[in-house]
Ligand binder design. Structure first.
Ligand SMILES: *Cc1c(COP(=O)(O)O)cnc(C)c1O
Length: 429
């Protein structure tokens, strides 16, 4: 049975938004173009549930695309933000919280002995590139197709995420000179990495250790070790972009799970607990190149903002071992439940997961790289998502994204989602 969503108020707001905001939104994936519908405007949210302006209630698997690992409006995080706000929202001078969050991150991720905070992941990635170039005296970067490191010019080549769905291999407005030093190879292709390293002297090899912006495509056994070894032999710095995986897939991110230490790490999303914060960090020696300790300039009016730091620090402190076990179990229950539901409906899918993240690829074949992700049936994914929305589940509105379960998702949320998923698979079969 096909059901549809009542969305009169969202439609009316979209009519206004489209006249004042490009595409009606402030970030492309929110437009829901990739699943063939107009955006849904949100009124409020609590825990794992989000409510739109028409009063439709959904189990939310976007969770702001990663920051909300404890779900929406967590009382302890709200309390921390309220307390911080009452003491002043920004000072332009350092605070206790910034020292505490740097210490907390360093405890969890030993390769990050020192860090610099920024307001977005894009800014952190941009700064890490500048630092890597300064520290090595080289300009070239190795990047993987389908990997997204924010929208800085130099890395806006074969990037995933919103660019994957908009099918822009790069973006107009990025000068050829900006990407001329960016070499792109397919993910999980060890031979291509070795060949690129033989041909170029790189400042940095940049990787999402568990790429999640072409959908989730984990590394093959030994691939991250190969990146480590190739970077060292090449004289390049290994940069792990853990904006999604940091503090989500485990206390110390993907680098801890995989036992591979990068030289520099980019963090974002969870580290801000739902407020704008990100960071980059590495050894004391490398990070002391950053101004004012060193001469690599990088700054920010709202960097280390006290509200964002309060939200981030509270978020991190609540992430104990139990929390990770629970998030892992939730992820696994969703992944296996979705596999079963698809199999019962006779819909060929690949459900790929790591603790805290999963993707549903509509494909008969396993997905190993960006080409594989692009070969999936994105029309079927779109139809399935529309059917999920109509049944009260808010999925990532593009197959080139991950689902973000949270610690607020209960067994009841999972049961409701899997029931809706089974019906939705039946509808798209
Ligand atoms: C989201 C994301 C970024 C960019 O972070 P913003 O805060 O959106 O600028 C960078 N890298 C990865 C892996 C991301 O998922």
């Amino acid at each position: 049975m096909s059901v549809s969503l009542s969305d009169a108020k969202s439609a009316e707001l979209y009519g206004r938004a489209i006249q004042r905001l490009p595409g009606g939104v402030n970030s492309p994936v929110r437009a829901m173009k990739a699943i063939g519908r107009d955006p849904i405007f949100i009124d409020r949210a609590e825990g794992a549930e989000i409510v739109d302006v028409d009063g439709n209630r959904y189990v939310d698997f976007v969770c702001s695309w990663g920051p909300l690992i404890h779900g929406h409006a967590h009382p302890e995080i709200l309390e921390a933000v309220h307390t911080a706000a009452a003491r002043g929202t920004t000072f332009g001078a350092p605070t206790l919280g910034e020292v505490e969050i740097a210490e907390e991150v360093s405890r969890r991720i030993p390769s990050v002995q020192m860090l610099r905070m920024t307001s977005s992941g894009t800014e952190a990635a941009m700064s890490v590139v500048r630092l890597a170039r300064a520290a090595t005296g080289r300009e070239k970067l190795l990047k993987f197709s389908g990997a997204y490191h924010g929208h800085l010019d130099g890395l806006l080549a074969e990037a995933g995420s919103g660019l994957a769905t908009a099918s822009m291999p790069a973006s107009p407005g990025v000068p050829a000179s900006a990407t001329a030093n960016t070499i792109i190879v397919p993910w999980n292709d060890g031979e291509a990495v070795v060949a690129a390293c033989a041909a170029h002297e790189f400042a940095a090899i940049l990787a999402e250790p568990y790429p999640a912006n072409m959908g989730l495509v984990p590394p093959h056994e030994g691939f991250l070790e190969l990146l480590r070894n190739q970077a060292t032999a090449n004289g390049a710095l290994l940069v792990f972009d853990e904006v999604i995986t940091g503090f989500r897939v485990g206390p110390g991110g993907a680098q801890e799970r995989e036992g591979v230490q990068p030289d520099l790490t980019v963090m974002g999303k969870v580290i801000g607990g739902g407020l704008p914060a990100a960071a980059y960090g590495g050894s004391i020696e490398l990070m002391n190149n950053i101004a004012p300790a060193g001469d690599v300039y990088q700054a920010g009016t709202l960097s280390g903002n006290p509200l964002a730091v309060a939200a981030g620090l509270t978020t991190l402190r609540m992430l104990d071992e139990q929390a990770y076990l629970r998030l892992g179990a939730t992820t696994e229950a969703m992944a296996s439940g979705l596999r079963d539901a698809a199999a019962s409906a006779g819909v060929p899918v690949q459900v790929v997961s790591v603790p805290g993240l999963f993707t549903v690829f509509f494909s008969e074949e396993p997905v190993h790289d960006y080409a594989g992700a692009k070969a999936c049936d994105t029309e079927a994914y779109g139809a399935w998502c529309r059917a999920l929305l109509a049944r009260g589940v808010f999925p990532p509105a593009a197959q080139f994204e991950a689902w973000f379960p949270s610690l607020a998702h209960t067994q009841d949320h999972l049961d409701r989602t899997l029931d809706a998923a089974a019906a939705a698979f039946g509808e798209v079969r």
